[in-house]
Write a protein that binds this ligand. Structure first.
Ligand code: PHE
Length: 357
């Protein structure tokens, strides 16, 4: 009898070994341990044995039953794990985003230059101020000492809007932010105000919308020497050139007295304009000491407070720094142009980006 048990064990283990599906394993289990299975029959036969024989073989049969039951469970586990593996491999989903070979778009040179300006002037203690692009006549002109009918209004080709008598204009310069800053807070004041401005003018060097940055310092003992130092420090940092010479020429703005136009020394090397030296001069901005009338218009005492202001075209600065020749290209949204000038899609618009320091 125990010989039968050994033979059955060997046969069923071999069959289990060959079984490759859950169904095949189940068939082996039924053949061995099912109701009319071979091992079940063996166990049933114990009842017909003599007591001492039964005591001898019962443990052998029971061990055979347990061993086969274990082997069946184990084989089922192995097959289930393999089936899961196969299913995971077959149903695999790639959750990662496809990366396009070359992303499109980039930070615009004007935005880049504005960030650079904010960074440079922050180091000098200037905050960034803002004002609306739709201005009223008072902030854009009258408070800046340009009363109605004043001939200086003709210097700006103003876009008047509304026609409702409210006297609104698209701001023609960033100087109204001077007024808003002085009326909206207490001196001492140190701000720059970059932003869009509008004039009815359009050709190769003028666009109806362009960008300026205004600078304003109001304190008790401010003077032209500080203006000059501030502008020099700014130009050096912006262009990354130490050999910078500024030339201040007398000029006229209604809101500054005295007024100057500021030229930066430059040279032409291989047909390309280089900032530095004093071979040629390039006008870059207007500036001056804030007119006492402007200070008084803002409710401050001009005997106690004075200061300087400057206004500078940002588009021009960007062209000079990045070697661009046609202002209109700024508005063409042509990616090839951006790439040509080294503006990449993955450029991060950090404040210090582009600064040669
Ligand atoms: N607002 C003047 C312009 O647009 C520039 C300027 C600003 C001049 C501040 C002097 C002081 O031309």
């Amino acid at each position: 009898m125990s010989e039968d048990a050994d033979a059955l064990r060997a046969r069923f283990l071999a069959e289990l070994d060959r079984a490759e599906t859950a169904e095949a394993v189940e068939a082996v289990r039924v053949a061995a341990l099912g109701k009319s299975g071979a091992v079940t029959a063996l166990l049933k036969s114990l009842g017909g044995l003599a007591p001492d024989e039964r005591i001898r073989v019962a443990p052998v049969f029971q061990a055979l039953r347990d061993a086969l039951a274990n082997a069946v469970e184990q084989k089922k586990g192995v097959l289930a794990a393999a089936a899961l593996e196969a299913r995971l491999a077959a149903e695999r989903l790639d959750m990662s985003l496809p990366v396009p070979p070359e992303p499109l778009g980039s930070i615009h040179p004007i935005s880049r230059v504005m960030d650079e300006l904010a960074e440079i002037f922050a180091d000098l203690g200037f905050a960034v101020a803002e004002g609306p692009e739709i201005e009223d006549d008072w902030h854009n002109f009258t408070a800046l000492n340009i009363p109605p009918e004043h001939p200086a209004r003709a210097m700006h080709d103003t876009f008047y809007i509304g026609g409702d008598g409210a006297g609104r204009v698209l701001r023609t310069h960033t100087s109204p932010v001077q007024i808003r800053t002085m009326t909206g807070g207490r001196p001492p004041i140190r701000i720059i105000a970059p932003g869009r401005v509008y004039r009815s003018d359009s050709d190769a060097t003028h666009t109806p919308m362009f960008h300026q940055v205004e600078g304003l310092v109001i304190d008790r003992d401010t003077h032209m020497g500080q203006l000059r130092w501030t502008l020099e420090t700014f130009v050096k940092a912006f262009f990354g050139v130490d050999d910078v010479v500024l030339r201040l020429r007398p000029s006229f703005f209604p809101f500054t007295e005295p007024s100057v136009e500021v030229d930066v020394g430059c040279s032409w090397e291989g047909g390309r304009l280089q900032i530095g030296g004093s071979g040629s001069w390039l006008e870059i901005l207007g500036a001056g000491m804030v007119h006492p009338k402007v200070i008084a218009n803002c409710g401050l005492d001009p005997a106690a407070w004075q200061g300087f202001a400057f206004g500078c075209g940002i588009d021009r600065l960007a062209m000079l720094k990045y070697g661009m020749t046609d202002l209109r290209a700024f508005f063409d949204a042509d990616l090839r142009w951006l790439r040509h000038h080294g503006f990449g899609a993955l450029d991060v618009p950090t404040l210090s980006g582009g600064i040669g320091a």
